[in-house]
Design a protein around this ligand. Structure first.
Ligand code: G3P
Length: 214
């Protein structure tokens, strides 16, 4: 199980790194565009933060271009690069051919049949857009459950993305996703509950412990 930041903003990545428990960062071309700096700068910056994994999505659409772009991303990220690959004919072909050299996550999966092909092609991960699926097809969490069944016993794991609330994040795990990726504000919010704050305030106000200053 791993929790990721879903962002290409380096200030958010630094904040996530500071939490101490964020495994990596997932990006996509839209997030890259919102980052305000060149993708090369983003990838170098993420590499410097030394997360376990950094997800970069190829924008090239032909096999040669994908390979050139993959090598460039690998040079920039160095360790822990996961290539996000669109679920196109060439995308699945790339994963089947190069998935052993470049760990791949086939992204934007909206149907269990695509997960079957991802599994067969040897993808290490698939990314499913939970909230987007709920909005467009009715039930993103049910899709996660179906994908988990399709992938049971395989090497392919589910990264749940497009999560908009704490409940949706937890429900994605409960539905069978091994990993979740969430935006920075939700990431910061996951560890906080008002009743926890209230309880800790009470401990601090009335309780005692070992005093480190004496
Ligand atoms: O990682 C995918 C995620 O960024 C998509 O989220 O909100 O555009 O559906 P959203």
């Amino acid at each position: 199980m791993a929790i990721f930041l879903d962002s290409a903003k380096l200030d958010e990545a630094r904040q996530a790194k500071n939490f101490g428990w964020v495994y990596g960062v997932t990006t996509n071309p839209s997030l890259m565009a919102k980052a305000g700096v060149e993708p090369e700068i983003v990838l170098k910056g993420l590499a410097e933060l030394q997360f376990h994994q950094v997800y970069y999505q190829l924008v090239s659409q032909d096999m040669d271009g994908m390979m050139i772009e993959a090598r460039k991303a690998a040079e920039l990220v160095k360790n822990g690069l996961i290539l996000k690959i669109a679920p196109t004919e060439n995308g699945f072909r790339f994963v089947a051919k190069h998935g052993k050299d470049f760990p791949c996550c086939i992204t934007a999966i909206f149907d269990p049949a695509q997960a079957l092909i991802a599994r067969e092609a040897g993808a290490k991960y698939i990314a499913v857009y939970v909230n987007r699926t709920t909005k467009q097809l009715g039930n993103g969490l049910a899709l996660v459950g179906e994908l988990a069944k399709v992938l049971a016993g395989s090497q392919t794991e589910i990264v749940a993305a497009s999560l908009k609330s704490r409940k949706e994040a937890v429900d994605a795990f409960l539905a069978g996703a091994q990993h979740i990726t969430v935006p920075c504000d939700l990431l910061a919010n996951l560890s906080i509950h008002p009743l926890s704050v209230q309880t800790v305030d009470q401990f601090n106000a009335e309780g005692i412990g070992i005093c480190m200053n004496s």
